[in-house]
Write a protein that binds this ligand. Structure first.
Ligand code: F6R
Length: 608
């Protein structure tokens, strides 16, 4: 979603702002803008609808040597994508960029009659409100911001500059992330640490309710109630290679292909094959606490939700005394759900910033339930608010569609389940097959990607004329099918839905006709024969089936077969999901759509 950058130092601010905004492009946006100030406070405001390249065209005619500025990529919430609605917004000497939503902007606007509004945004209302406190010189810039924020309801990450204070940036956050990077004689601001990579490794992550006065050589942080905050300086772990395409045409393909390595990072230090045990330090639960767990609630959205569903199937397989309920965060936050005693909640999020997931976390904590994060983005809000956590460590996921995070989220949760099972004294002979396959998985993923790649590409090209798809699976292949369908719909815009094979007769079978193709996930196992009967039913109605299977010598007469190596049994669906990921990728390339930034979507959904 929206992105914020800011710079104050000795270098060219426009250069940093544009390069920083480009780093944030992956989050999704529809317009962009920057403002810089010269040493006398003269502002250069540039905004453009559409891509950052449009902004760069304006920049080419307005190059400045200014050393301070703020910038923004906007994802429309209030008001259409347009230059007038793009940030920064101005009121008097104030320029403001804002992520989030000011919910009471209409009431606030009523009180700001003096300001002539030029946009439809809630952000301009906040700019005018800050200016109303600042314009007569009674407040410093930071105090004017604080006064305004005390009246604003909603979520925000903001950066503010004023022509009257051309060496200061004020930043604040409530529900929308902000990172302050500490450089040599320069301070950098971003809503996402990836914009700071290559500039500094030292950063301060603001907490909700904090506001900071940022200069090139100082950062002063306080709460909105004026209590000083002593900030913790943290290390940015991401390196430049992790946020570049590294020779691939798209980030999505790079992220699919790097799963052998990214999963290795997830497993590092957590699986001891010799001792036949797993170990997780982050959750911080004692053996006794683990033993007592009877119920897991797994919360997530989209791909993270699917990862939770799949992990739930596995955890129930090897931990008989446990029930697992996986829920969609946007629903769960408004359900009056009672969480039974001896429950633990797993909060699953790649970005660690998803608004609905975060809201669930806060609701669940109110019930006194222990929360454990399954998060990728280090230092993100969810990772900081959970009681304990397990980072999946897959590195930055730049493409909007989540791929490598899914694989590692599933496995991190299964490992958490295994630690519970170990503590409960489940026989090692039951747990070892899981541990063994988890340890073998990076290599199995590498082998699968290698062996299916060309074939999936060819088959995807064959199906580009279809606009409808049905994904099918049973048991662990069912949530996997759901994830495959989501991937296809979100990037190739094919109307793809997943069904449990057993549900076909209860409705979806009526869909099957020549407008559809069906992708069937058919892992060997106790439900394989039943799934094959369902495939027959689809074939009998003229269905066009692509079978994805690890069964050797699969001999059904279906349209296409994609065989995956039979290296894994239990986790074969995860290998099948690699096929779905590649299939969605190549369908999208063949259709000519924007792979990494699909229409209407944002990488990190920080508003409800
Ligand atoms: C799909 C996708 C989304 C995210 C969802 C949750 O490819 O990326 O469905 O999985 O928005 O995001 P996080 O994991 O950041 O909470």
């Amino acid at each position: 979603m929206c992105g914020i950058v800011g710079y104050v130092g000795n270098k060219n601010a426009q250069d940093f702002l544009i390069s920083g905004l480009k780093r944030l492009e992956y989050r999704g946006y529809d317009s962009a803008g920057i403002v810089t100030l010269d040493s006398k406070g003269e502002a250069t405001l540039l905004r453009a609808k559409g891509k950052i390249s449009n902004l760069e065209e304006k920049l080419a005619k307005n190059k400045r040597e200014d050393k301070i500025g703020i910038g923004h990529t906007r994802w429309a919430t209030h008001g259409e994508p347009s230059e007038a609605n793009a940030h920064p917004h101005q009121a008097g000497s104030i320029y403001l960029v804002h992520n989030g939503i000011i919910e009471n902007y209409k009431e606030l606007k009523e009180t700001l009659k003096e300001h002539e509004f030029k946009s439809e945004t809630d952000t301009e209302v906040l700019a005018a409100l800050i200016n109303s406190f600042y314009k007569d010189g009674k407040h410093s810039l930071i105090n004017a911001v604080v006064q305004a924020l005390k009246l604003a309801k909603g979520t925000y990450g903001i950066a503010v500059v004023s022509c009257k204070a051309p060496d200061e940036i004020v930043v604040a956050r409530s529900g929308s992330p902000l990172v302050v990077g500490i450089g040599h004689d320069e301070t950098l601001i971003a809503s996402d640490a990836s914009a700071l990579v290559g500039h500094t490794k030292q950063a301060i992550y603001l907490n909700d309710g904090e506001v900071a006065l940022v200069k090139k050589d100082s950062i002063e942080i306080k709460t909105l109630n004026a209590e000083p905050v002593s900030a913790k300086v943290e290390e940015i772990e991401t390196n430049l290679a992790a946020i570049q395409k590294g020779g691939y045409d798209h980030f999505l393909l790079k992220e699919i292909m790097e799963q052998p390595e990214s999963l290795k990072e997830t497993l590092r230090g957590r699986v001891n094959l010799e001792a036949r045990t797993v170990h997780l330090g982050g959750p911080g639960l004692s053996e006794d606490e683990l033993r007592k767990i009877k119920h897991l609630v797994i919360v997530g959205c989209g791909t993270a939700y699917h990862a939770g569903l799949l992990a739930g199937y596995y955890i129930e397989q090897f931990t008989p005394e446990i029930t697992v309920e996986t829920v969609i965060a946007s629903e769960y936050r408004y359900r009056n759900a009672y969480i039974p005693e001896d429950s633990v909640a797993l909060i699953v999020s790649q970005s660690g910033e998803t608004a609905d997931t975060l809201a669930c976390l806060r609701e669940i904590k109110k019930q006194g339930v222990k929360t454990i994060g399954i998060v990728n983005a280090i230092g993100s809000t969810i990772s900081r608010e959970v009681d304990g956590g397990t980072y999946v460590h897959v590195g930055p996921e730049i493409s909007v569609a989540s791929t490598k995070a899914f694989t590692s989220q599933v496995i991190a949760m299964v490992i958490f389940g295994l630690t519970i099972a170990q503590a409960k004294g489940v026989k090692p002979s039951i747990l070892y097959p899981y541990i063994k396959e988890i340890a073998a998985m990076p290599e199995a993923i590498r082998e699968t990607l290698e062996s299916v790649h060309e074939k999936v590409k060819k088959i995807a090209n064959k199906y580009t004329k279809y606009d409808h798809a049905v994904y099918l699976g049973r048991d662990t292949a069912y949530p996997t099918a759901m994830e495959g369908a989501l991937k296809l719909k979100e990037i190739s815009y094919v109307d793809a839905n997943a069904y449990a094979f057993g549900e076909l007769k209860h409705g979806p079978l009526a869909l099957i006709d020549d407008r559809f193709f069906e992708l069937a996930l058919l892992p060997e196992g106790h439900l394989y024969d039943k799934a094959i009967s369902n495939v027959q039913e689809v074939l009998a109605r003229g269905g066009k089936i692509i079978a994805v299977t690890n069964v050797k010598k699969f001999d059904m007469k279906v349209e296409d077969v994609i065989e995956i190596p039979d290296t894994l049994e239990i986790f074969a669906p995860i290998l099948m999901n690699l096929v779905s990921q590649l299939f969605a990728y190549y369908m999208t390339v063949a259709k000519g759509y924007n792979v990494d930034q699909p229409r209407n979507l944002a990488k990190s959904v920080t508003v409800e």
